[in-house]
Ligand binder design. Structure first.
Ligand SMILES: O=C(O)C(=O)C[C@]1(C(=O)O)C=C[C@@H](O)C=C1
Length: 398
């Protein structure tokens, strides 16, 4: 069968697939509209955004209905976890906006690291896509510059990477937090997926020169080891590598970076998942000059910074305060204090709202036993743990 025949066979089926996809999008938008209404009702009824009992009932029904259509339980569960996560995040954003009208501006000026196409750029887009107001992107060359932009009112917000699942905490950002008066007002996690990006209709065997940021090369070392006769050229940023490959428009050049970022420079991916570690995510924080008030209906996280007194067991004592007040700590990081050798500043992320009784009690107790304690911010949690359906596997077997 010739290539033209094959394409003719595919074309009408693809048309139908496109039609179905558009219907799916229409329905998803309709569902999102309904969740906005749910959020409004929850504000009036003073109810929690998350209702995991309702989610479980919903999933059980959907799994059953899916089976009748020949769709397996795993597929249906995965799909609806994403849909429900979107719904929860959307509702949280709406409630947070209502509680902080002064943060709702027609224009959000946001400083981030790198240019269009960088992972920080994509995280910025993702975070502000749920928020009202237009986005003005301010690409910066250093964390210092980013913080300065917000402190000096040249930007309203900054999006900063704080940790990565493969390379750990980003110390430079923690050190900036030690000296700034800005507050953490939000967080988000963004997947870091490296792809091989090209500008022409080429293939891997033709690639002779690769452009990327040195950290990206390090994260893809296993993939690079498989290639032979390749020249590796380091660039200052992922976006610089993309720009270079777009300028060269050569069959023998490729950049490594995110596919979505590459698309902004007219590049397309010929191979994906290049990182050594397949689950690669970065967590970002959003900071602003003014703290936000998190409605009690929304699950919150609080970031604290403290230094303990110099005595054995001082840190343990501080952590016991959290335990005794039933507060879960999700992260503990220590950084040296500038100018005070051998002394440490501790950064803690804990689950809870600063307006909550147990949290206020814990903060009072911590103040009494630490040398320094500051709340860096309290913000809505964006890590939405998917609801498990105990009956799913049983349903699948039946
Ligand atoms: O039904 C609700 O209460 C909703 O908020 C909607 C919804 C959903 O998207 O289906 C989202 C969050 C809740 O945890 C449960 C269900």
């Amino acid at each position: 069968m010739s290539m033209t025949d094959t394409q003719d066979l595919l074309a009408p089926i693809r048309e139908q697939i496109t039609e179905v996809d558009n219907q799916l999008l229409t329905l998803l938008a309709q569902r999102r509209g309904l969740t906005n209404q749910v959020a409004e009702a929850k504000i009036k009824m003073d109810k929690q955004v998350r209702d995991q009992q309702r989610e479980e009932q919903l999933l059980v029904k959907l799994i059953k209905a899916g089976q009748a259509f020949g769709l397996d339980a795993h597929y249906v569960t995965q799909l609806f976890h994403v849909i429900i996560e979107d719904s929860v995040l959307n509702q949280q954003a709406l409630l947070a906006e209502r509680a902080n009208p002064e943060h709702s501006q027609p224009l959000n000026r946001v400083a981030f690291l790198g240019n269009k196409g960088s992972y920080s750029y994509l995280a910025t887009q993702k975070y502000f896509s749920r928020r009202a107001g237009e986005l003005l992107e301010i690409g910066c060359q250093s964390f210092n510059e980013i913080i300065h932009k917000v402190e000096s009112n040249q930007a309203d917000y900054a999006v900063l990477p704080i940790e990565n699942t493969s390379s750990g905490s980003i110390n430079e950002v923690y050190d900036q937090l030690q000296h700034t008066s800005l507050s953490v007002i939000g967080e988000l996690t963004h997947p870091i997926k490296h792809s091989l990006l090209v500008a022409t209709d080429t293939e891997i065997s033709k690639i002779k020169t690769l452009y990327a940021h040195p950290q990206v090369f390090a994260q893809c070392s296993h993939f690079l080891a498989e290639l032979s006769n390749i020249e590796v050229k380091t660039c200052d940023s992922t976006s610089a590598a993309m720009m270079r490959v777009n300028e060269l428009k050569s069959d023998s050049c490729a950049a490594i970076g995110s596919e979505a970022g590459g698309n902004l420079y007219g590049l397309h991916a010929i191979k994906s998942n290049l990182a050594n570690q397949k689950e690669n995510h970065s967590r970002f924080i959003v900071v602003a000059r003014k703290a936000v008030k998190v409605p009690l209906q929304v699950p919150a996280k609080t970031t604290l910074v403290m230094s303990t007194v110099q005595k054995p067991g001082a840190l343990v004592e501080a952590l016991l305060v959290l335990r005794d007040n039933n507060i879960n700590m999700t992260k503990l990081e220590s950084r040296p204090i500038t100018g005070n050798p051998w002394e440490e500043m501790f950064y803690l992320d804990v689950e809870g709202n600063v307006q909550d009784g147990p949290m206020q009690q814990a903060l009072d107790e911590l103040k009494a036993i630490t040398r320094y304690l500051k709340v860096l911010g309290c913000y809505p949690t964006e890590e939405i743990t998917p609801t498990k359906v105990a009956a799913a596997s049983a349903l699948q077997d039946s």
